[in-house]
Design a protein around this ligand. Structure first.
Ligand code: B4P
Length: 185
């Protein structure tokens, strides 16, 4: 079994950006619940329609939908040799569900990308201009940050000493080097 890594961090923390770089280096699949939900929304599937009402206002999509999505994805053959989870688990019930399905060995390293709120808001407003993502407006960004503090941040304590805190500010390349060092140690 290869590496089983989780990227944890605030919205706009750069999880997606860095996960794509690490995936290339390690050759494990990048499992992003945000990307999977956006694909479902773009396809207009039942799941997509259900997810849209939550994502568009910055709320988390109900656990049972996301857990089923991830469970199905991790059961595929390409995940047998490890994976890089991005954006899941995002709260304690999701972390407990993952542990129930795959056991305590579901994750070996948790990379926490640390970025302050001012920088996050600036990044996401810039992405709103470039990509026009529906959930990147100032009101929704503030709500996503509240959800992050209330629901996702407690995972840092839950995972304890498996968490490697990485400074998520600076150039994309510098951050990648910091992550690579943590993953090598
Ligand atoms: P996600 O897709 O996970 O979105 P995110 O948290 O905003 O993005 P990320 O941290 O990956 O940032 P990125 O690299 O793109 O989730 C979207 C929504 O889906 C959630 O709000 C929720 O509704 C739903 N959802 C997802 N997972 C769920 C779950 N498990 N349970 C329930 N609901 C779930 O970077 C952000 C921007 O910063 C980019 O524009 C990038 O170019 C820029 N950037 C990155 N690194 C930079 C750097 N070093 N310097 C400057 N800019 C940088």
């Amino acid at each position: 079994m290869g590496r089983r890594i989780l990227f944890l961090g605030p919205p706009g923390g750069g999880k997606g950006t860095q996960a794509k770089m690490v995936r290339r280096a390690l050759g494990v699949p990048h499992v992003s619940t945000g990307d999977m939900l956006r694909e479902a929304m773009a396809s207009g599937s039942d799941l997509g329609r259900q997810a849209e009402t939550y994502v568009s206002v910055g709320d988390l999509v109900p656990d049972e939908l996301v857990v089923a999505l991830v469970e199905e994805r991790l059961a595929r053959e390409d995940a047998a040799g490890g994976y890089l989870l991005d954006g899941f688990p995002r709260n304690l019930p999701q972390a407990e569900a993952l542990a129930e399905v795959l056991g305590d060995e579901a994750l070996d390293t948790i990379v926490y990308l640390d970025v302050d709120e001012e920088e996050i808001i600036a990044r996401l407003l810039k992405r709103a201009e470039l990509e026009g993502r529906a959930d990147d407006n100032e009101e929704t960004i503030r709500h996503r940050l509240e959800v992050f503090h209330g629901e996702t941040e407690p995972l840092i304590a839950y995972y304890g000493d498996r968490v490697r805190r990485v400074d998520g500010t600076g150039s994309v390349e510098d951050i990648y080097c910091r992550i690579a060092l943590e993953l090598a140690s």
